[in-house]
Design a binder for this molecule. Structure first.
Ligand SMILES: *Cc1c(COP(=O)(O)O)cnc(C)c1O
Length: 390
């Protein structure tokens, strides 16, 4: 072989079977081959295990999928390039023209856009209610033939808690598929409920580092089969390098989620007694309207603490700009703390009546609590509240 050929066919370095790597290597390869065309064909027909093309699967991504599935108490998972990508691909994969979808005002903004704009263009209709309106949900499911209901808990940014048992019971009664974006509660919670499809943004708690994006749909394997057929041609594949980083992040997932939730609880308690604050939204607080439901459904209450400033939007802006340890930006679940001012929380696609239901007020601020020293965070918040009141 000439050098120019050799450089494209580097030597294999086999690892003996009794000499395994402790951390699985990154399979940074688009293609896999078999020795024979016959075995390639069997693999493509699903008659034998193996890999062929990264857009369909890859061992590094598959390891992450299996880890995620077990954390969420299911047996199968498909990972994708981002959280919104898995929402879009799942909804496209599960609906067809003429279907009806039940969704909620208190939903991640891009999810509403996917349902209204994207699915709407293909003749999928929807009803949008409040997640607190159980009677409305019951009525909608009883009177309108519905393909699926998609919901979140706790919701963003007010941390309303969905009654998962009630919603899944009503859906089951009417043969409606349930899809739950479980990003806020995390991979270790809600698995005991009869939710058909769990969706996650892996960009948040799973990675924990805020340096990589990913998404996942987790379900029983027979429910995932139709999506497994569609996802490779929709093409939102998670790169193995990103999968490796997320898998690495998961090693500290439980420690981070518990520790950051404990800090969030502490900050929520401090905010609740602060004179500049009219209301704190945190499911772990006994003053949260659905605290009993949250306690029944969750072991940890998450790292998002929202609150309403008496001083309104301007006080919210001064507060966010007065913080020194919180980055003024979107997202959550990373180890650095984040803040969103009221001006950053406005939903432009909602009507005045829907905005009232969303309960995002003029002075609502959202905090995502990280892993900094708790006393430093509390002091930073205290200082910024003084600036907000000035
Ligand atoms: C961030 C987020 C998403 C979208 O995830 P990306 O990874 O940013 O695309 C979806 N749902 C919820 C609840 C989120 O917080």
């Amino acid at each position: 072989m000439k050098k120019q050929t050799r450089v494209n066919h580097p030597p294999e370095v086999p690892v003996p079977p009794d000499n395994r790597p402790v951390i699985a290597p990154i399979y940074q390869t688009v293609k896999f081959e078999f020795d024979s065309v016959e075995e390639t064909g069997r693999n493509l027909r699903g008659e034998r295990p193996g890999f062929y093309y990264m857009r369909s699967s890859n061992p590094t991504t598959r390891q992450l999928e299996l880890t995620l599935a077990s954390l969420q108490d299911r047996d199968d998972c498909l990972a994708t390039a981002s959280g919104v990508n898995v929402i879009a691909q799942t909804l496209l994969g599960l609906t067809k023209q003429g279907d009806h979808v039940l969704c909620f005002i208190e939903t991640y903004g891009p999810t509403r856009q996917i349902i209204r704009r994207l699915l709407g263009r293909f003749g999928v209709t929807h009803t949008m209610l409040s997640i607190e309106d159980l009677a409305g949900i019951e009525h909608a499911l009883a009177t309108t033939a519905t393909r699926l209901v998609i919901f979140e808990s706790p919701t963003n940014p007010i941390t309303k808690v969905a009654d998962i048992a009630a919603i899944t019971r009503l859906a089951r009664r009417h043969g409606v598929v349930t899809v739950m974006d479980n990003t806020f509660a995390g991979l270790h919670q809600h698995g005991e409920y009869e939710v058909d499809y769990f969706l996650h943004s892996l960009t948040k708690y799973a990675s924990g580092a805020g340096d990589v994006m990913g998404g996942a749909v987790i379900a029983r394997s027979e429910l995932l089969r139709p999506l497994r057929a569609e996802f490779p041609v929709l093409g939102g594949v998670l790169d193995p390098h990103a999968a490796f980083l997320i898998q690495r992040g998961l090693r500290t997932y439980f420690v981070r989620y518990r520790e950051q939730s404990a800090r969030a609880m502490d900050i929520a308690q401090r905010l609740a007694v602060h004179p500049a604050v009219s209301r704190v939204h945190y499911p772990g607080l006994p003053s949260h309207p659905q605290h009993a439901l949250a306690r029944a459904q969750m072991r940890e209450f998450g790292t998002i603490v929202s609150f309403d400033l008496r001083g309104g939007a301007e006080a919210g802006r001064r507060f966010a700009e007065g913080l020194t340890l919180f980055a003024r930006t979107a997202s959550l679940g990373s180890t650095e703390s984040l803040v969103m001012a009221p001006q950053m929380l406005k939903s432009r696609d909602l009507t005045a009546a829907q905005l009232a239901v969303s309960a995002v007020a003029d002075g609502t601020v959202r905090l995502s609590i990280g892993l900094e020293d708790p006393e430093d965070l509390a002091a930073d918040i205290e200082r910024a509240l003084t600036i907000a009141e000035a």
